[in-house]
Design a protein around this ligand. Structure first.
Ligand code: C5P
Length: 314
């Protein structure tokens, strides 16, 4: 096969708690991550020449070495030089549907799809765990994007424990298209404001993680108690992003008033989502939101939760 086509799912965070600083300069986290059906389409195609090329349908996405999808291919080429010598280089085409700079891990999902696609194209035969270990070198969210579904993520976000799926649920995502929040800024702002509360003792950290493992949200997920799940939604980044971007705070308040199970900002934002029990309810919320905020800059995406991170197209 000379090319593979893959769907790379976005993610939302149902829970995100920043626990403390790590010796590697990153933050210690405990999160509950969830894949959503809104996805980019990635094609990896063998080209005769020994090169990595990236094309993207979205003008804001770089196609050079700063693109995480490029870095994913470069990492595999470096780890497996014989295979690239045998099969040649690759062109990566990215059809963007996931909003950019949104807190939805679009870039990480693209990198995850490239790892899966090149594993096939270059016949590497990597296991899921090997792919996840390589993914962790690219970015903290890449291992989850590879695994997909519903999971508790700890460490930098790369240590994953799968949870029971939430596939019956739907979700409405909303983002002001012209607004993006750089993740490094959000972490820095959080450290500046809340760094004095960080827990840095291993035992304290474990206790905090354990509190989530045995907490109300995980219990609600396993019992399919969606009302409680909606009430337990929580994201520490809201404390720094919402005060700086009142437009996002207003969006969250408007969405919360339209019903659904619960409303939260995803990751470092600025996407806000509302969980819904049915497709009809999600559609109703999307229509209500459009009426409440008729600003063309506001993108609204009704979609559903999914158990799949990366899906290979037939
Ligand atoms: O791993 P990733 O490339 O997604 O991280 C982007 C930035 O977010 C990092 O440079 C770091 O500043 C911050 N980060 C962090 N702690 C994490 C994950 C990310 O401080 N657990």
């Amino acid at each position: 096969m000379r090319f593979y086509s893959l769907r790379a799912a976005a993610k939302i965070n149902l829970y995100l708690e920043i626990i403390g600083d790590r010796p590697d300069g990153f933050h210690e986290l405990v999160m509950i991550m969830q894949s959503v059906a809104l996805a980019d389409q990635i094609t990896v195609r063998a080209i005769g020449v020994d090169e990595i090329r990236v094309r993207c349908s979205h003008f804001e996405v770089p196609t050079d070495q700063t693109n995480l999808a490029y870095q994913a291919a470069a990492l595999l080429a470096q780890e497996f030089p014989d295979q690239i010598a045998k099969f040649g280089g690759v062109e990566i085409a990215i059809e963007k549907n996931i909003p950019v700079g949104a807190g939805l891990a679009g870039g990480s999902a693209n990198a995850a799809a490239v790892l899966v696609g090149l594993d096939l194209l270059w016949q590497l035969g990597l296991s899921q765990l090997e792919l996840q270990d390589l993914g962790a070198k690219l970015g903290s969210d890449v291992p989850f994007c590879l695994m997909g579904g519903t999971a508790i993520a700890t460490g930098r976000g790369e240590e994953l424990d799968p949870l029971a799926g939430l596939e019956p649920l739907h979700v409405v995502l909303a983002k002001y298209q012209s607004l993006s929040v750089p993740t490094p800024w959000a972490y820095k702002a959080y450290r500046e404001q809340f760094g004095d509360r960080y827990l840095n003792e291993p035992q304290q950290r474990q206790d905090r993680q354990q509190r989530v493992h045995s907490g109300a949200m995980v219990a609600a997920i396993s019992q399919r108690d969606y009302a409680t799940l909606g009430q337990e939604l929580c994201n520490d980044f809201e404390k720094v992003v919402l005060p700086v971007h009142p437009q996002v705070a207003q969006l969250k308040a408007t969405m919360a008033n339209l019903g659904g199970l619960g409303t939260l900002m995803s990751g470092s934002g600025p996407t806000v989502f509302t969980l819904a029990e049915t497709a009809a309810q999600a559609e109703e919320i999307a229509v209500g939101l459009r009426q409440a905020i008729p600003d063309e800059d506001l993108g609204i995406w009704p979609t559903h939760l999914t158990s799949t991170g990366i899906r290979l197209d037939p």
